[in-house]
Design a protein. Structure first.
Length: 619
């Protein structure tokens, strides 16, 4: 049998060429690739590359993902092609095991610190579950603890969820961590996330590389991170290829990052922290974190809760001396018109309500009675009037506190005594709902404190109003060591403790925000702000002690691994506070203020225990 493959190449002008391949030739090619694959497995000719995964909270290397490649000069060099042929010839399990074994051996032989992430197909994992612990035995042979290994499920084939869940639980009981490759494959992966509740969730490059904070993909990222937080797993963002990508995932409070910007896959594992992470760490946490997204409208950032930020209905007013019959005709000609403000000498003195007027004119003899009557005869003399500077919440409370028959009447908006326009209750409620959604999207899922966009907005609004306030930055010291020693659950408790104490420290006019990780911002007011901060630091020292085990509490330190993987002693957790007194005119933007904070932070981190450094310069 002959297969004819037609190739058209208009660019060269060669027209149509026919290439004939026999089915036998295709069979020979398949057999040739199978034999090459068998040779690779027999010779164990697999190369392992290691790509670092960075903890974005403390800029340390958290893990390395092992990436397998075939022989360099082979058609099977590409891992996708390699496994495609393996699946076709029912050799996937053998190849998968070889790749894992080579990864583990290279990881141990190179004495690499941190965790090792191994890619594994769900179908293989299910089969492995009945192989008497092959993987665990492999680790024991080379002296690698299972609690340093992450099994990363790659979803390439449909797998029975019940069997996969059983296999995952089996390996989790042995001490392994579980990661899901991504959440981009629709409902099936959503169900997997709920059923498996992995320790880590990989966020696909599609949602990271080149994504802007105000686009649709960013909304999906927020939804994914919220889902991950609900099931108790940490998110690892793949495809970090630029500083903008890094800023984006940090604004989204994503715990870990991986990509070419941070480290290329290579045989000799990268052990240094890349310059881009060290040089821009404070800007990424502060400038980029505090920077309001330039694509978000300024009204959302600074005036989102003000009536003046809304688009009002520029409804023409009537006058107290106008005839009621004239206003009646206006309502009848405009079915959507619910009310008209009534002016006298340029001031709002009342309102004519559509339903009330139509109801009155439906009565017997109404037309005769009101034929020449002025608007003042039937107007509502105490309509709801709000100012353009009033907040949405205040307007909402005033609107809903009216009598039942007036609840849905439009609100009259004025600038001083000058009439500006009308605002429907529906539009007010829609804006309030939108505001709540925006605030929720930019709140930290762990502490529920406002996130980076809200923080930037609060700082900028105070600067614009020429207010005097204190901008302070709270950073946990020795938190990574604590987190590594006791795990994420207890680490989250310490983060929540800081959030709780900051809330209790704040006055009514103060503001508390969570940048992400162990970094917080507080805007303080009042003459005794320093005393309140020192009191909060003392409370933290007392309460944080309860999160340590008795033995470490008695010693006064813990033993944990540093960024280079060495075991050493770490002092108990403390807080470093960097603050600047923001007087009118000192800063033009929140970016300038954050740069000063970043400079102070370097100095405060050098001090032992709880510390606070304050910039008291007036300009």
């Amino acid at each position: 049998m002959i297969l004819a493959i037609l190739i058209v190449n208009d660019n060269r002008g060669d027209g149509m060429q026919a290439l004939q391949l026999s089915k036998d030739d295709m069979g020979d090619k398949s057999q040739q690739l199978k034999e090459e694959l068998l040779g690779i497995i027999d010779r164990q000719d697999i190369n392992t590359l290691f790509q670092p995964v960075f903890d974005l909270g403390d800029h340390s290397i958290f893990a390395y993902e092992a990436l397998s490649r075939g022989p360099v000069d082979s058609e099977l060099f590409n891992p996708e092609r390699l496994f495609e042929i393996a699946y076709h010839h029912q050799l996937a399990s053998e190849l998968d095991y070889l790749c894992r074994r080579k990864a583990v051996e290279n990881f141990v032989n190179r004495n690499i610190s941190g965790k090792l992430a191994l890619n594994i197909c769900p179908s293989v994992l299910v089969n492995m579950n009945f192989r008497s612990g092959r993987t665990l035995q492999m680790l024991q042979e080379v002296g690698l603890s299972s609690d340093r290994v992450i099994l990363e499920l790659t979803e390439h084939q449909q797998t029975d969820i019940a069997s996969l869940k059983q296999a995952v639980n089996y390996y989790r009981d042995l001490g392994f961590s579980i990661a899901m490759d991504d959440l981009s494959a629709g409902y099936s992966n959503l169900r997997l996330l709920a059923e498996l509740q992995p320790d880590y969730l990989k966020l696909d490059k599609f949602f990271v590389s080149g994504v802007k904070a105000d686009c649709v993909e960013a909304e999906f990222v927020k939804l994914i991170t919220d889902l991950a937080a609900r099931v108790g797993c940490k998110v690892i963002a793949e495809g970090v290829e630029s500083a903008d990508d890094l800023m984006f995932i940090q604004r989204m409070d994503i715990a870990f990052g991986q990509g070419y910007l941070l480290g290329m896959p290579q045989q000799e594992a990268i052990e240094h922290i890349p310059d881009v992470l060290l040089e821009t760490s404070d800007k990424l946490l502060l400038n980029s974190g505090l920077a309001a997204n330039s694509n978000i409208d300024a009204r959302i950032q600074c005036n989102i809760e003000r009536i003046g930020s809304l688009q009002l209905d520029r409804t023409d007013a009537c006058f107290a001396t106008d005839k009621l019959t004239s206003v009646l005709n206006t309502f009848q000609s405009n079915p959507e018109l619910l009310a008209l403000p009534v002016l006298e000498n340029g001031k709002v003195v009342g309102a004519i309500i559509r339903d009330a007027l139509l109801n009155e004119f439906s009565k017997p003899y109404a037309h005769s009675l009101y034929n020449r009557a002025p608007v003042s005869k039937l107007m509502l003399k105490d309509p709801l009037i709000v100012q353009v500077e009033d907040s949405l919440s205040d307007a909402s409370q005033m609107a809903t506190s009216r009598s039942y028959n007036l609840v849905y009447c439009p609100i009259i908006v004025c600038d001083g005594e000058r009439y500006i326009g009308m605002l429907s209750i529906r539009k007010l409620l829609e804006k309030i709902t939108q505001t709540q959604v925006v605030h929720a999207l930019h709140s930290n899922p762990l502490t529920s404190l406002p996130g980076n966009v809200r923080i930037a907005s609060e700082i900028q609004e105070r600067i614009d109003k020429k207010a005097t306030f204190v901008l302070s930055y709270f950073d946990l010291d020795n938190f990574k060591a604590f987190n590594d020693k006791y795990g994420f659950e207890r680490g989250d408790k310490m983060i929540c403790l800081v959030a709780e104490l900051l809330r209790k420290t704040a006055l009514k006019k103060d503001f508390v925000g969570h940048i992400g990780g162990d970094d917080f911002v507080m805007i303080l007011s009042g003459a005794e702000w320093e005393q309140r901060v020192w009191s909060m630091l003392q409370s933290f020292t007392e309460k944080s002690q309860l999160l340590y085990n008795d033995h470490e509490r008695e010693l006064g330190f813990i033993e944990s691994t540093d960024r280079l993987g060495h075991i050493r002693e770490f002092a108990m957790a403390s807080l470093s506070v960097s603050a600047t007194i923001c007087s009118p005119g000192k800063f033009k933007s929140h970016l300038e203020a954050s740069e000063v904070i970043a400079t102070i932070k370097h100095e405060s981190k050098k001090l032992e225990g709880n510390s606070m450094i304050v910039d008291r310069r007036k300009c």
